[in-house]
Write a new protein. Structure first.
Length: 417
């Protein structure tokens, strides 16, 4: 079933076709012929899928008739109780949740035999297990008489068992509940997978001395996690590295590269290291490089874009704001951080990056026009002294404007997708 997993909205038609061809439901997908009249049953379905045991993006596919050999039940012809994303989220936010609300959105897909709606549920590990803080009740009446009542119970953990929901009057098994809580606390992940989440709360990191003798140059830039002291990291000065990169222009006061390498340890084992450089007060992790266009001429900005990027929730993306916490260096570099966010695109995942690069390449002339009209300027300080000539300085400034244009276009790309 590895191929039958959600990747992006564009593959929904083939994904729905693949899932319906199995003629069964699964641990992270469910079929409904039409939209629920009973809102409590809809809520129960969403919670069960959000707490699916696979931890996958879950799909509630509405408009598939299981009793008719999994054929399409065209929702354009049967629109009763139909919701869009805003209406569904409005309903969910009126419910009293114990913690987080499952992130959901509705995507309509037009197939050969009609239209189906898919509720895409992208659970956040920190939010699971999703559960209520107060009962949610839906009472169905006809001619003034109660003919049915559904209650989604407060505090109950609902999930999926193979291809079925845990019944509304029951609860998940102890093993399934344990798995959900392990996801919540990150205990089912490797140390390297846990690291970005731990770095999101700088207040938990306390100063210490370097773990390894070779890290002594880290000085006061060494930390351990107060809840999980087996995690430590040190930032060490790289005295032999002096390269200029365009992301350093985030601060107008930048005048010379100061490269420091962040080294992360689990007990005595180095998990990874990340190069970065200071731009005034802000330490900026070096972004990952990518190229769009003809790469044969590096500095021909009419033919090629060489730019840096981050992936959302990666160590680099999280670490960039680590020292802005008041328990570290304070918020003196907040303005620099805002400038970095306008210069370096942050993609949700590699699939979005690849789709965006193809989108830009197909609109190359439009991209060049946007670069020409780019209003943000990035100037290298006149105090740079030796080590860089005017041509390289000019190219770095152009590269910063080109990358900033990509950030602007990324927002437009997401709105138009």
């Amino acid at each position: 079933m590895q191929s039958l997993r959600y990747e992006n909205d564009g593959q929904l038609p083939s994904l729905i076709a693949g899932l319906t061809s199995t003629h069964k439901e699964g641990p992270y997908w469910d079929f409904k012929r039409e939209w629920h009249r009973d809102k409590a049953k809809l809520l129960h379905d969403i919670i069960c899928l959000a707490n699916n045991p696979e931890g996958e993006v879950a799909l509630l596919i509405i408009g598939i008739d299981e009793s008719a050999d999994y054929t399409v039940y065209d929702l354009n012809q049967h629109p009763d109780n139909r919701m869009n994303t805003q209406q569904l989220n409005d309903m969910l936010h009126k419910v009293r949740w114990a913690d987080a609300v499952p992130p959901v959105r509705v995507v309509s897909t037009f197939l050969e035999d009609g239209c189906v709606d898919t509720i895409i549920i992208e659970p956040d590990d920190e939010g699971v297990p999703y559960r209520l803080n107060a009962d949610y009740t839906y009472t169905e009446k006809r001619n003034g008489k109660t003919i049915g009542k559904t209650v989604v119970r407060a505090g109950t953990i609902y999930s999926r068992e193979q291809d079925s929901n845990v019944p509304v009057d029951s609860t998940a098994s102890p093993l399934a509940t344990e798995r959900l809580w392990r996801r919540h606390f990150g205990l089912d992940k490797t140390p390297l997978e846990r690291l970005p989440r731990l770095l999101k709360d700088p207040r938990k990191w306390q100063r210490t001395w370097p773990v390894m003798p070779r890290d002594d140059g880290g000085g006061g830039y060494s930390y351990y996690h107060e809840d999980f002291p087996e995690f430590t990291f040190v930032r060490k000065y790289e005295e032999d590295k002096g390269a200029y990169e365009y992301f350093m222009l985030a601060s107008p006061f930048f005048d010379h590269p100061h490269w420091w390498q962040a080294r992360f340890y689990y007990h005595q084992t180095m998990l990874c290291f990340i190069d970065g450089a200071y731009s005034d007060h802000l330490w900026i992790p070096a972004p990952t490089w990518s190229t769009i266009g003809d790469s044969r001429d590096f500095w021909d900005f009419s033919r090629v874009i060489h730019y840096g990027y981050y992936l959302a929730n990666s160590i680099e993306d999280v670490l960039i704001s680590f020292e802005l916490d008041e328990s570290k260096e304070g918020k003196t570099a907040q303005w620099d951080l805002q400038r970095v966010r306008t210069m370096i695109p942050v993609f949700q995942d590699r699939a979005e990056k690849d789709d965006f690069e193809r989108w830009v390449l197909a609109r190359w002339d439009y991209y060049l026009e946007c670069c020409k009209n780019q209003q943000k300027s990035f100037l290298l300080s006149k105090r740079t002294g030796k080590g860089i000539n005017e041509e390289i300085a000019s190219n770095l400034e152009k590269q910063a404007r080109c990358s900033t244009t990509l950030v602007d276009l990324l927002a437009y790309f997401r709105l138009s997708s």
